[in-house]
Design a protein around this ligand. Structure first.
Ligand SMILES: NC(=O)C1=CN([C@@H]2O[C@H](COP(=O)(O)OP(=O)(O)OC[C@H]3O[C@@H](n4cnc5c(N)ncnc54)[C@H](OP(=O)(O)O)[C@@H]3O)[C@@H](O)[C@H]2O)C=CC1
Ligand SMILES: O=C([O-])CC(=O)C(=O)O
Length: 442
């Protein structure tokens, strides 16, 4: 059956994809108006392959996403995103790149509410990169997830070609090239950190297994949900078929916060601050490195002479920025976290400017700094823009820096012992340092 045949049975007909282009010289309405486009997705879209068009020729067909229990478990295309399309058929889209699949967990949460719209706008991947957003929620959040998808529909982003929602990571993560793992249980009053590690660790163990089973073999994973370093470790340990190097714990927000504080103190705008490393855990033991950072190309210590401020106030300000913000705002950083996730992604898909670097929590095996193997630790990275990165070698250390790094390292090693049952390394033993805290917990 061809599109032209639709004109002969305009009221109800079953349409099956037979061609990769629309040809409709006899058609009384334009293909755009008809809104039937062909998907170039490598996987068939079940709705696009064989759905019922129950409209007259003057109406836009709408295969409405009616969510049944079965659908919820399946990761279904949502609303207008169930329409098929053919990028090659349109003049302005035919030079676009191949669609990429981006999964986001905790997609109905506060951070995602900012991030999804940044991704859909093209800010991260560029103006010729169409994307599919695959939103992972839960029974608890499913309605909210539909609300998020509705807002994405209403935003009419040209680059956003597909949106699907689901609660099963094995469905949602299928073929994804990026997985942004944001969803995690917040630490409630009176909850032990060991309890938080266990509850969230289970989420990340399951998601690691799902990525291992169904994601692209070169998927890039950014873990945001806290405690993000150890969650990232759990995730990568449960995904042995994906390179450990592909897993990141988000410390870019800390880097951005540190740049801002240095700029403020030096009386310059923050674009003058470069080479900012955050070492260690995304916690209050993190180490914002003012020894190697630069302001206007000069070592920070040459520009900011108040070294006591650097060692005490600056360091603590960055470590506890999240908590101060919660006190003011009443909720944890969401917009700036979303910005920092976009920054972290951009840093992997665009070449790092000459001489500069960025921070990310990455797997320590083979690191040149003598940091313990087999943990996820924030370190300085450079990228050629191909999604991969290398650790920066030309950094210097002094006694202060090494001592602080060792403290964060000890904390992460303790967290690792505490989740041994989730990384396949035996029986867990929790001896977490007393002062182990998330940035938002102070
Ligand atoms: N690394 C970093 O720099 C930062 C990390 N964070 C962390 O990011 C995470 C998300 O933050 P944010 O978006 O503000 O949080 P929200 O509370 O708005 O959303 C979190 C999502 O987590 C999911 N979730 C998973 N398990 C549970 C559970 N047991 N109880 C409740 N919700 C659960 C929920 O989605 P669903 O029901 O769909 O699973 C929820 O929508 C948090 O862990 C936070 O600490 C925050 C700021 C900075
Ligand atoms: O502690 C939290 O949940 C929030 C957080 O990570 C931050 O603000 O850096």
């Amino acid at each position: 059956m061809s599109v032209a045949d639709l004109t002969t049975s305009p009221v109800t007909s079953t349409y099956t994809k037979t061609s990769s282009r629309l040809h409709s010289p006899q058609l009384s309405l334009s293909p755009t108006r008809l809104s039937v486009h062909f998907s170039r997705s490598p996987r068939p879209n079940p709705r696009a392959q064989n759905f019922k068009i129950t409209c007259s020729v003057n109406q836009v067909p709408s295969p409405v996403a009616v969510q049944t229990e079965e659908a919820k478990n399946k990761s279904e295309c949502f609303g207008v995103f169930c329409q098929t399309y053919d990028l090659k058929a349109e003049e302005e889209t035919k030079t676009w790149k191949k669609l990429i699949n981006v999964a986001v967990s905790g997609a109905a949460g506060m951070i995602s509410n900012h991030l999804l719209f940044k991704l859909a706008s093209g800010e991260v991947f560029g103006p010729d990169q169409p994307i599919a957003l695959k939103l992972l929620g839960s029974e608890r959040s499913f309605q909210a997830l539909e609300g998020v998808a509705m807002e994405l529909e209403d935003s009419l982003y040209p680059l956003l070609r597909e949106v699907s929602i689901g609660i099963n990571p094995y469905e949602v993560f299928e073929d994804v090239e990026w997985a942004l793992l944001i969803g995690a249980k917040p630490r409630g009053p009176g909850m032990e950190r060991a309890g938080l590690l266990d509850i969230n660790g289970q989420i990340f163990a399951e998601q690691g297994k799902a990525l291992n089973a169904v994601a692209s073999r070169n998927v890039k994973v950014i873990v945001v949900g806290n405690p993000c370093n150890t969650n990232a470790l759990i995730c990568l340990k449960n995904a042995p078929n994906i390179p450990a190097k592909n897993f990141h714990a988000l410390t870019r927000l800390d880097e951005n916060r540190a740049k801002c504080q240095l700029a403020l103190k030096a009386g310059v705008f923050y674009d003058k601050v470069s080479n900012m490393t955050i070492w260690g855990n995304h916690s209050t033991t993190q180490v914002p490195d003012f020894l190697n950072a630069r302001i206007n190309g000069l070592p920070v210590k040459e520009v900011i002479k108040d070294h006591k401020w650097l060692e005490e106030e600056f360091t603590e300000k960055v470590q506890k920025r999240g908590g101060v913000l919660i006190q003011k705002w009443g909720r944890s950083s969401a917009a700036s976290t979303a910005v920092s996730i976009a920054d972290a992604m951009k840093s992997l898909v665009t070449p790092t400017p000459e001489g500069d670097w960025f921070s990310s929590g990455v797997y320590t095996n083979g690191n040149p700094y003598g940091i313990a193997q087999d943990i996820v630790f924030s370190m300085p990275c450079r990228s050629k823009g191909d999604g991969d990165y290398e650790l920066v070698k030309d950094v210097t250390f002094d006694e202060y820096l090494l001592k602080r790094i060792a403290k964060s390292e000890a904390e992460l090693l303790a967290e690792k012992r505490c989740v041994a049952h989730l990384t396949g390394e035996g029986v867990a033993f929790c001896d977490l340092p007393e002062d182990t805290m998330l940035p938002g917990e102070m």
